[in-house]
Design a protein around this ligand. Structure first.
Ligand code: PPS
Ligand code: ADP
Length: 294
């Protein structure tokens, strides 16, 4: 075991592979060193990728049985217990909060998953086919070995957002929360498919702004109200027309279509495009733009 400097509260750096059986290799306290060499006596039997994985690190350098890696990730840990401890912020009503950085980052997870974590944001009227497209897309990507997760507005309202109604400020909060959750999924390296009406441009753009450039793919299901209403799978348009549901999107509540989104899937009154074709269009876009590799 190598011990670096005096320790106030040492961070133990261990490995989890059976070969090392959670033996700590380093006790780290200083954020000053840039490189550390770790000797692993059982390492020679491991192939290169397993050795890298066993250290829980990507991007380090390996020389025979000697592991030499950038200590950047460890610095991150060290900074939490060390000099950056008191970098406090106030965000909204959260006072005196500190950002804790993890040593495993989005790039590492993306490399593991061989994909780019991102948000596919599907917006459109009720009945436009958002959930159907989300499902078809998720299925297609899954079959290709890509990790996805669908955040469907209707579903999220069964739990996290069950306190929200359909009045404007609650819809805005619904969009905001789903945007934040989707951001976490994208950070996890997952292709997150958010399908919700999200009728307001400003709130959708705010969700886009949460992510890095290119990590937010807005898909507009441009389906005429007449088509959505004729589908009416839940009978909600009928209720809205009868005045039994107030503030129904497209009837007596606004929908603001995107002005400049990545993908528009236009459905005409005739020549209906199937959900499979739509999903294929989105997959092709993801492929061309390099989302399906790390
Ligand atoms: N007033 C009103 N307006 C629109 N939709 C309504 C309303 N009341 C209930 N529903 C049902 O709720 C689903 C929409 O939820 P979302 O979270 O996607 O809506 S929003 O983004 O907050 O506008 C929506 O699901 P989808 O049909 O899948 O869009 C409806 O089933
Ligand atoms: N591309 C499509 N072509 C024809 N019907 C569709 C298509 N996409 C969805 N549907 C049908 O339209 C209805 C509404 O679809 P859904 O995915 O529930 O919409 P949303 O989630 O936007 O409310 C469902 O009955 C579904 O089978």
């Amino acid at each position: 075991m190598t011990t670096l400097n005096a320790v106030r509260r040492p961070l133990m750096w261990g490995v989890s592979s059976p070969e090392f059986e959670s033996r700590p290799l380093i006790s780290l306290s200083s954020g000053k060193l840039r490189f550390v060499t770790v000797w692993g006596d059982n390492a020679t039997g491991l192939d290169r990728s397993r050795r890298r994985r066993s250290l829980g690190v990507f991007g380090g350098t390996l020389m025979g049985s000697r592991f030499s890696r950038s200590i950047k990730a460890m610095e991150d840990c060290a900074s939490i217990s060390g000099r950056n401890l008191h970098q406090m912020s106030t965000i909204g009503n959260s006072t005196n909060i500190t950002w804790h950085k993890s040593s495993v980052e989005k790039l590492d997870r993306q490399e593991l998953l061989q994909q780019r974590g991102c948000v596919i944001w599907i917006t459109g009227l009720s009945g436009s086919g958002k959930s159907t497209l989300a499902c078809a897309l998720s299925q297609r990507l899954h079959l290709r070995g890509k990790l996805t997760y669908v955040l469907d507005g209707d579903n999220v309202r069964h739990g996290l957002n069950s306190d929200l109604s359909f009045k404007a400020e609650d819809r805005a909060e619904n969009i905001r929360r789903i945007g934040e959750v989707a951001k976490l999924f994208a950070d996890a390296g997952i292709i997150c498919i958010a399908s919700l009406i999200s009728p307001y441009r400003k709130e959708r753009d705010a969700c886009r702004a949460l992510l890095s450039e290119g990590d937010f793919v807005e898909v507009y299901l441009d389906v005429p109200l007449q088509v959505c209403e004729s589908r009416d799978p839940k009978g909600l348009y009928k209720l809205a027309r009868a005045g039994k549901i107030k503030g129904f999107t497209g009837i007596d509540d606004p929908y603001e279509p995107p002005l400049n989104c990545e993908i528009v899937l236009k459905q005409k009154l005739k020549d209906i495009v199937s959900p499979c074709e739509m999903a294929e269009t989105v997959v092709s876009y993801l492929e061309e733009e390099g989302y399906l590799q790390a």
